[in-house]
Write a protein that binds this ligand. Structure first.
Ligand code: IYR
Length: 224
């Protein structure tokens, strides 16, 4: 391919206006059923489902199309055990004071604490890493661009894909998170960005009432 080669946009689907409106309503209703879940079943989930969701995330737009992300999909009970052990140790420090009183007060309605059994119960953990360097072909002398934005978009698409497949999800950002680099054997140019827990919800899973309270359109958008 030449540097400036373009190919036809031959896979775009144009819907009639009424169908477009219906699709937007349906997707909104579907995504409003996505909730962060903190109680997971150990029911297995096929690796191919996770692979497809990761490929969806990998189709995200990124700075200069450098795709500055790596997804470590963790199924191994031993690796999950290590992650739980280290995450809970960090979280104990967080809840025992490092967070500060205001943060702990803001978290109260979610009912979270340092105990993270789902890190072992859920069939899949996905550790997301961002790459400051690497370009399209993993050349570490190449700069990546808009890394945080790009990885954020990919994670949003991953959560959407997992939910669409019928999986419950939770985003988890243990603080600090750099232990994931060692546990997942990732190189020095990568930073742990987020841990995503995916699986079936436990039969008795709940959603904090606080989390259902979403801002109204007028509070999140303006039209000019
Ligand atoms: N990482 C901690 C604390 C936590 C922080 C925020 I901001 C949340 O929205 C939820 C939890 C934990 O996972 O418990």
């Amino acid at each position: 391919m030449q540097p400036h080669d373009h190919t036809p946009l031959d896979d775009f689907i144009t819907y009639p206006a009424d169908e477009m409106l219906a699709r937007s309503h349906e997707f909104l209703a579907q995504m409003r059923r996505r909730h962060s879940v903190r109680s997971f079943s150990d029911k297995p989930v096929a690796r191919e489902v996770i692979e497809n969701c990761l490929l969806t995330a990998g189709s995200a737009p990124s700075g200069a199309n450098h795709q500055p992300w790596h997804f470590a999909a963790i199924h191994s009970p031993e690796v999950k055990r290590q992650i739980r052990e280290q995450a809970e140790a960090h979280e104990r420090g967080f809840y025992d004071g490092r967070a500060g009183q205001q943060w702990l007060t803001d978290l109260k309605p979610l009912g979270t604490d340092a105990s993270k059994p789902y890190l072992e119960t859920a069939p899949w953990l996905i550790a997301v890493f961002s790459q400051k360097t690497g370009g399209l072909d993993g050349d570490e002398s190449k700069q990546n661009y808009y890394v945080h934005e790009s990885v954020g978009i990919a994670v949003g698409m991953l959560l959407t894909a997992l939910h669409n497949a019928g999986l419950a999800t939770l985003t988890h950002t243990p603080k600090p998170m750099n232990f994931l680099t060692q546990v997942c054997n990732r190189p020095e140019n990568e930073r742990a960005y987020m841990l995503i827990i995916a699986g079936y919800p436990a039969d008795d899973a709940t959603v904090p009432a606080h989390a259902r309270n979403k801002k109204a359109l007028a509070d999140i958008a303006s039209f000019l």
